[in-house]
Design a protein around this ligand. Structure first.
Ligand code: ATP
Ligand code: MG
Length: 215
């Protein structure tokens, strides 16, 4: 059986237990060998003050200490911003020609897929697994996604019977946590503890993040 790699991309500004738990359950549901966490690069003018891609990656690294099969993958930081998923997937195929890939996307991110650069090429390069996320379940899918779902939808257990192009839904534990909410709490001087790992909070405190202007 070829290596199965999950790809959890995001801004991770900051990473929290919603990301970590969803990735952990997807790893087990889809029998993945590894889940790569890929912080995306954004153009410098869009970065929160003081929260560089490097810092976001450091927080992910701290969050993943001791995790099984969940690893930081900082490749998008080395590529020119903005990060394009098709380009990243091509890079991963070059590096791991024997592997199959599945893009892990929360319900909200999945609905935005038709706005991504060259999104129609994604099914040539990977499967997609949609992760349950509170607040996003009831919004309708755009037509383009409904058409794709009608032909590609399969159960989590059969996704890897093909090399790419499959679509599945993972009913992960619903955790209503977002980075936006954590940034708002910090800005208001409130305590976000237990929404994210203490190791991440330590970096936030040490670097004095999210106290300034919101982004
Ligand atoms: P922000 O509020 O800044 O948008 P976020 O919490 O949505 O942050 P992102 O970095 O935007 O985090 O998300 C990265 C990926 O993780 C996306 O695919 C998103 O849908 C998914 N995700 C984020 N939070 C959760 C959650 N609580 N449960 C399931 N998936 C999640
Ligand atoms: Mg988001």
């Amino acid at each position: 059986m070829s290596l199965r790699i999950g790809i959890m991309g995001g801004l991770f500004n900051p990473v929290h237990y919603g990301h970590l738990r969803a990735a952990t359950e997807a790893r087990d549901l889809l029998a993945l060998d590894r889940v790569h966490f890929l912080p995306c690069a954004v153009p410098p003018h869009r970065e929160a003050p003081g929260v560089s891609a490097e810092l976001r990656a450091r927080m992910v690294e701290a969050a993943l200490q001791g995790a099984q099969g969940l690893v930081l993958d900082a490749r998008e930081l080395a590529l020119p911003a903005p990060s394009y998923t098709v380009r990243t997937l091509e890079d991963m195929h070059r590096e791991m020609p024997q592997a199959s890939f599945v893009l892990l996307l929360g319900e909200d991110a999945f609905r935005g897929l038709p706005r991504w650069h060259q999104w129609q090429r994604i099914p040539e390069l990977a499967h997609v697994a949609v992760l349950r996320r509170p607040g996003a379940e009831n919004a309708p899918y755009p037509d383009a996604l409904r058409e794709w779902a009608a032909k590609a939808e399969t159960a989590p257990g059969t996704l890897f019977e093909s090399q790419a192009g499959g679509l599945t839904h993972c009913k992960v534990t619903a955790l209503d946590i977002s980075s936006t909410r954590i940034r708002e709490l910090l800005q208001a001087g409130r305590d976000p503890r237990y929404l994210l790992p203490d190791a991440v909070l330590d970096i936030i405190a040490r670097e004095n993040l999210y106290r300034g202007k919101t982004t």
